[in-house]
Design a protein. Sequence first.
Length: 115
Amino acid sequence: MNTVVLEVRSLRETLADAARAMKSRRAERTARISFATPELLWEVLTAKRWELLKALRGAGPVSIREAARLVGRDVKAVHGDVSALLKAGVLTRSPDRRIEFPFDAVKVEFLLRAA
């Protein structure tokens, strides 16, 4: 399964894991997109954008207009959400400018510890 993990991690932790992965001979089958704080994660992954990701699962490459139709929303609003998700690396753009959610699954990870 092609999974993307959206996680809250410091840059130092992310770089340390990347260094370990480069030394390892095992290929990781999970993509990871890290955010420095939970607030940054939720800024990118709003409720409307989560709804969009759910609609794009398995849809293949679609136009922004088609994505808007899938979620029953205004094209301009969906365009803004698509731009944010492209910038974060959650969506990709095909050579013909269509968008795609290239993963089979999304996992969101963060830890809230007691003060």
